[in-house]
Write a protein that binds this ligand. Sequence first.
Ligand SMILES: [Zn+2]
Length: 328
Amino acid sequence: MFATFTAPSFGPVHNRPSSGRPCRCGTHHDQDDDTLGTPLNPDTYDYEAAVLWNAHAGALWRRFSTYLRREVAKRAGLSQRRLRDHARVSFAKVAEYQKRGAVHFHAVIRLDGPAGGDTPPPPWATAELLTDAIRAATDKVRVDGPAIDGHAHTFTFGRQLDVRTIRSADFNDGQELTERAVAAYIAKYATKGAETATGALDRPLKFAAELAQLDISDHARRLIRTAWDLGARKSLEHLRLRAWAHMLGFRGHFSTKSRRYSTTLGALRDARAEWRRAQAAAAQPERGTDTTYVLAHWVFAGTGLSSAEAWLAASLEPAPGTEGEPTK
Ligand SMILES: [Zn+2]
């Protein structure tokens, strides 16, 4: 399954309702409108919760993965321990910033036989069962966060959960699921890019004063400022919010600046570049297991290759040094 996990609301933002009605501000925003994703009222937008949610998104995901196995076992009528003898749940995810600056996770989640992709899944392991388990685990998962000035934060995923069945052969040949494979899979379907919330800032801040000089939106500036300010609190030291302020609190792996994907191959190259950077980052123990691919903006366009894309993919030779990377 291919699933997209969103962040909850931190206050109303300018948007393009799918109903075709105007935004709550009364405007029909153009697709490229810079105000999209920015708060209708910045003074009531919960910047603190937005930054802290990003900072806890990794923990929320880890707990979700535990719950998912539990929900799958329950539906199969098995204990969690016995599930291992019948099936294996595996997944890999990438992170994406929404325009409002909240992290999304896109994940490929798969159910195989007990020895992984080499063994067929048991008969009960249907796409419907897995979808149902994903939805149940997403509904239940929550992570308690810090209490700040008397306000106790609790983090959940947003209500918008998109789950689709992958019907192509991309992950059906026993290939091990990795973040790299997911990035390549998703990049293959990447369409035109768009600005991400972080825009111009591609490195950690050294001083808060730098913020004033940056060519970024007021919304991004305020998110970064909030992360920086929260980062001064002793009780939040473990979140390292100053070091990750440029990532709006998310301790993921840093991506490229937003860019426009003009071709599918460009997107694939980007996924490869991400992989190399992730390998380099993995060598730094400080980042270690918190490393998550972070892509610029892309949207899900469908599964499978057109006949022209299939021909192109089949005719490509891997570039030197990239042998073994998914190129199809
Ligand atoms: Zn609006």
